[in-house]
Design a protein around this ligand. Structure first.
Ligand code: DC
Length: 678
């Protein structure tokens, strides 16, 4: 997951390969609640692990539910049945509407029946998302509910600590035209109290997002409760309803998340040797309404082959074709159409999307503002958006790029990553990329796994310099800040030296050393380095290993043998490479090359402190001499000697803190990006 302040996507050229999507958010949170309210034990497989499900799990645990983690994305829930062991509590629900609404309904009913009292709240945005229609419906039933902030919005107090009687004998009326989640909340909660009488819900106003109600009804059935439906206006829950665990339940891949990869397949040219994008874990038999995004994408030109649990997407018609579509049935996935519209001929109109205004952010305003950054003409109305792309397909204006503000809205961030295929070859900056954690924590990693860029489009920052100049610390911090990969090229020479020692090869035997380097069994996992599967991270960093590496690195054969391996670290979204010849030999075209220096005395002091703090003994004079010898060997060797590239910027960090050095490099980097002046 990227937790950086922003993530720069270089211009992307093509895509191909297979993705497995995380579990559906809507299904995951419904299943969690149903399993908690059921009799019996439920095992849930492929559950989504994200901010919203974590919030739901924490709430259920707080309510006394026992949850066991069986492994990656598998959980075991001991159902509580229709009553709670805990009768009061304060639940924090973040910005998870799929937790807030159903928990409000369930806890309001249980608090009234069992003399409980619960407070439910979330982050600031949650307190701006309406819930009044649900509260009105629950009050009709006799539930005591207070607004603790503004009327009509969370936070809420449910119940007042005394029992009340629930009036279940007349139909409960709920509005359906603001959010379908109010009806879902009632449908999930009312079976808990539908014992003597059937309970009927009547929807007031045209019900929006009907597919989400279908998911709810489908899952109720899986948990043993049948609801009789009369059109979309009347729903009746049978008397004597009781949730029963289905035993094991699998969560489908998220169909809304699939929309980004469907769009990707439709927009991106196929990568050489790959036949478009395959999505595993969700297919045309999905119970999620957003699967109908497939039809909308086809209308725009995508070539999609659907199987029960899998989708294959290729670029079909190109450029894409503008559409005019009522999007009421795919409210979330429709945002992806807005970005596809940037690649479509003509003006695309997305209608009946008023619900966008009350989601994670005002999504109509957000999509309009961000599409305009690319040069599109956008008209926004109360419940529609109309997008004319830049360029010859649309308004004729040149493509531009921008820093995409993401409004703490995962979907805005995911949608606009697709703008990196813009025909102008401009990079796209995504601010606060961490917001995708709401539903798809590894979204960008998954995207990079199937996208390709021209090699020279993937940015590299080179940091070269002498031993103990602090390159490693600086490079790793810069990589961390930018979300880039890291190449510690010295580690490859060090690993070659260790492998040679293990094989009993002399450090002067160039042919043998070259053979070792050419098939170096080295691998990297997070911060650790493995040689033949053995963790050698600590050994690698020892002074003696550094000395051996310096000798090994003199041989041109070894350097050539390690060349390709070093190039392979240049992967999306970018690379920070540290070493001696990153800027001069390995990445001569890199857009930023830093040559780091510090006086040999300063470096000896730093190394001395570092060794002492680790409990090693050291003598300053020995270190000084050793550094001088290594500098001499590294700078005077015939092949790729240590020297600044002609276009390198020099950074003497003798009197700079680590933070100051990092900031300096980041400032230089910012100054070189197209986002500099923004
Ligand atoms: O950066 P370091 O101390 O881990 O490097 C160990 C040795 O490897 C160093 O003395 C020189 C050599 N080296 C090199 O020749 N070229 C590189 N790009 C990196 C390291």
């Amino acid at each position: 997951m990227y937790s950086t302040a922003f993530l720069d996507l270089p211009p992307l050229a093509s895509a191909g390969g297979t993705v497995r999507l995380p579990g559906s958010k809507s299904i995951s949170n419904r299943v969690l609640l149903l399993a908690a309210l059921s009799d019996g034990v439920t095992d849930i497989a492929d559950l989504l692990d994200s901010d919203d499900t974590r919030v739901m799990l924490a709430a259920l645990e707080q309510l006394g539910c026992r949850i066991e983690r069986l492994g990656d994305s598998r959980l075991r829930i001991q159902g509580l049945g229709a009553s709670l062991p805990v009768h009061q509590g304060k639940l924090f629900l973040g910005n998870a509407g799929t937790a807030m609404r159903p928990l409000t309904a369930a806890l309001a009913l249980l608090a009234t029946r069992e003399a409980g009292c619960f407070e439910l709240g979330g982050i600031e945005r949650m307190h701006e998302r309406p819930i009044g229609d649900l509260v009105d419906a629950l009050r009709q039933l006799g539930c005591a509910i207070d607004y603790l902030g503004n009327d009509g919005y969370p936070p809420l107090r449910l119940g007042n600590g005394s029992t009340g009687s629930l009036q279940l004998d007349r139909p409960i009326r709920v509005r359906g035209d603001v959010s379908s989640q109010f009806l879902t909340a009632l449908l999930l909660a009312l079976p808990l109290v539908a014992q003597e009488h059937p309970v009927t819900i009547e929807v007031v106003g045209e019900l929006i997002s009907k597919p989400y109600i279908e998911i709810t009804l489908n899952l109720l059935q899986r948990f043993g409760v049948t609801v009789a439906r009369n059109g979309w206006e009347r729903f009746t829950i049978a008397a004597g309803s009781r949730y029963r665990s289905p035993g094991l339940i699998h969560v489908e891949g998220d169909a809304s998340s699939a929309s980004y990869f469907i769009a990707l397949g439709a927009i991106a040219p196929a990568s050489p040797g790959l036949d478009g994008i395959t999505i595993e874990g969700v297919g045309i038999e999905s119970i999620q309404g957003d699967i109908r995004f497939v039809e909308a994408a086809r209308q725009m030109g995508a070539d999609i082959r659907g199987e029960a649990n899998r989708l294959h997407i290729r670029r079909g018609r190109w450029p894409l074709q503008a559409i005019d579509l009522d999007c009421n049935h795919i409210p979330d996935a429709a945002m992806t159409l807005a970005v596809m519209a940037l690649y479509a001929q003509g003006t695309t109109t997305l209608r009946n999307i008023a619900s966008w205004r009350v989601k994670e952010t005002d999504r109509i305003a957000a999509m309009a503002a961000e599409c305009r950054k690319f040069g599109a003409t956008v008209e926004e109305g109360a419940d529609h958006i109309r997008i004319t792309p830049p360029g010859p397909l649309g308004n004729g204006a040149p493509w531009s790029t921008g820093s995409i503000h993401t409004y703490d809205d995962h979907r805005v961030a995911m949608c606009f990553s697709l703008a990196a295929f813009n025909p102008a070859g401009l990079p796209v900056r995504i601010e606060d990329p961490r917001c995708v954690a709401k539903t798809f924590p590894d979204y960008f990693e998954t995207l990079f796994g199937v996208c390709h860029a021209a090699e020279d489009a993937i940015p590299v920052i080179c940091i070269d310099g002498p031993t103990a100049s602090g390159k490693g610390t600086l490079a790793s911090a810069v990589a961390q800040q930018l979300g880039y990969h890291l190449l510690d090229s010295g580690a490859l020479y060090r690993a070659t030296a260790l492998a040679a020692r293990d094989a009993g090869v002399s450090l002067d035997d160039e042919p043998a050393l070259t053979r070792i380097a050419a098939a170096l069994p080295v691998s990297f996992q997070e911060e650790r380095v493995f040689l033949r599967g053995k963790d050698v991270t600590d050994e690698l960093r020892q002074e003696t290993t550094g000395g051996m590496a310096s000798q090994v690195s003199r041989h041109p054969g070894v350097r050539t043998a390690l060349h390709g391996l070093q190039l392979s670290f240049r992967r999306l979204p970018g690379l920070v490479a540290d070493g001696r010849d990153m800027g001069t030999v390995i990445f001569p075209g890199a857009p930023l090359k830093v040559f780091l220096t510090a006086s040999v005395e300063q470096r000896a002091q730093r190394r001395y402190k570092q060794l002492i703090s680790k409990g090693f003994t050291a003598k300053i004079d020995d270190l000084l001499q050793d550094l001088r010898e290594r500098d001499a060997r590294d700078t005077t060797r015939a092949h790729a000697p240590l020297k600044p590239a002609e276009d390198a910027v020099q950074l003497d960090n003798s009197h700079l803190s680590i933070e100051q050095s990092v900031q300096q490099v980041l400032d230089w980097w910012q100054g070189r990006t197209v986002f500099a002046a923004r």
